[in-house]
Design a protein around this ligand. Structure first.
Ligand code: NAD
Ligand code: IPM
Ligand code: MN
Length: 372
């Protein structure tokens, strides 16, 4: 059997706490499925800055580049508020995305039936929700140049960020969204702001053309991103796949997270292009949430987003579809059984991070054993 190299980057804050729960799942698979995974660990974010003075070392970048998949938890926190911009914790994550070419970020918002009452929206609005945000991840205002603060003299400064998109960048992310829509309910909603941004005009034009020429079987609609945000909280179940840029995708996915009950639930997969020769692609799996400094160190973080991110890895990087299904079902069952961390407990009893992770691992083990 092939051994898959996993590179784990726990990061900062609650990062190491939720990563520990995924390690239990990996250990289980190694026990039960003939050691499919080999693990290496590295540092990213503030923890890397403390050790090396940068948000990710060249050694760890090399390890990430040679891994079959990277699992990363979260970076950042108030401890590093004063560090120079170029080495701030978040820059480690951005470098990983850029250097690994991870242009496609898949952020599924699925409302587990057990959590419909934990959402800030009414149960009937979110029950059965299953939408997917496809966020462009290596372009736009995150990476556009110039990006600087210029001293104008007289106590005045000017801050510049640049939103840039080329045709090819929009085409490739649009294709990802259309392809995924074909495997789901066949509907893509593209969100931009063509009413104020040139990049929105080009985005709309390119998505419309790719749709017309290659994906006429999928339905396509367009929304201005501000109205799209409103529609996500007004009637979320109208959406199948949302296709959007880097910054709007960041905002809209945090909004979508609350539909599912908590930011601690939403996983994501960041994928590169498929290599024509090997058929494989670079990938990094990460929760949508951050390092949650307000609850770090207390052992109460929800590990579901991190564990579900690994399930996405089983599906997208390793073709272990049955195992991915089993892990997602194990999460749903545990939530159903009433074991919940504080963020989704909705007044009921609360489980610690480790209790939640143990419960998922136990349910998952039972499914692996039953499948033989
Ligand atoms: P955050 O996502 O860390 O936290 C927002 C809120 O959600 C907090 O109240 C937090 O307690 C809660 N929350 C988040 N994850 C949770 C979980 N698993 N279980 C229970 N509750 C959870 O966002 P923030 O506070 O705005 O940012 C904190 C730091 O994290 C910043 O430095 C930011 O840049 C960084 N960040 C990193 C990533 C990443 O590494 N992928 C993503 C987002 C933010
Ligand atoms: C996310 C985060 C990151 C982003 C930060 C930490 C760089 O908010 O993954 O959603 O803005 O993309
Ligand atoms: Mn974000």
């Amino acid at each position: 059997m092939t051994t898959h190299k996993l590179f784990l980057l726990p990061g900062d804050g609650i990062g190491p706490e939720v990563m520990a729960e995924v390690e239990k799942i990996i250990a289980l698979m190694n026990e039960r499925r003939g050691r499919p995974f080999e693990i290496e660990k590295g540092l990213v974010g503030g923890s890397a800055y403390d050790a090396h003075g940068v948000a990710i070392s060249e050694d760890d970048m090399a390890r990430a580049l040679s891994a079959d998949a990277v699992l990363m938890a979260a970076v950042g926190g108030p401890k590093w508020d004063g560090v120079p911009y170029d080495v701030r914790p978040e820059s480690g994550l951005l470098r990983l995305r850029k250097d690994l070419g991870l242009f496609a970020n898949l952020r599924p918002a699925i409302c587990y039936p057990a959590l419909a009452d934990a959402s800030s929206l009414k149960r009937e609005l979110v029950e059965g929700l299953d939408m997917l945000i496809v966020r462009e991840l290596t372009g736009g205002v995150y990476f556009g140049e110039p990006k600087e603060i210029v001293d104008l003299g007289g106590g005045q400064k000017r801050a510049i960020d640049t939103q840039v998109y080329d045709t090819s960048e929009i085409e490739r992310i649009a294709r990802v969204a259309f392809e995924l829509a074909r495997t789901r309910r066949g509907a893509v909603t593209s969100m931009e702001k063509r009413n104020v941004m040139k990049s929105g005009v080009l985005w709309n034009e390119v998505v419309t053309r790719v749709h017309r020429d290659e994906y006429a079987d999928v339905s396509l609609s367009h929304m201005l991103a501000d109205a799209g945000g409103m529609q996500i909280v007004r009637r979320p179940k109208q959406f199948d796949v949302i296709l959007t840029d880097n910054l709007f995708g960041d905002l809209l996915s945090d909004i979508a997270a609350m539909l599912t009950g908590s930011l601690g639930i939403l996983p994501s997969a960041s994928l590169g292009a498929v290599d024509a020769a090997t058929g494989s692609r670079r990938a990094l799996y990460e929760p949508v949430h951050g390092s949650a400094p307000d609850i770090a160190g207390q052992g109460i973080a929800n590990p579901v987003a991190m564990i579900a991110s690994f399930a996405m890895g089983l599906r997208y990087s390793f073709g272990m579809i049955r195992e991915a299904d089993a892990l997602e079902m194990a999460i749903a069952e545990v939530l159903e059984s009433g074991v919940r961390t504080a963020d989704v407990a909705a007044g009921g009893a609360t489980a610690s991070t480790a209790m939640m992770g143990d419960a998922v691992a136990k349910a998952f083990a039972a499914k692996l054993d039953a499948a033989g």
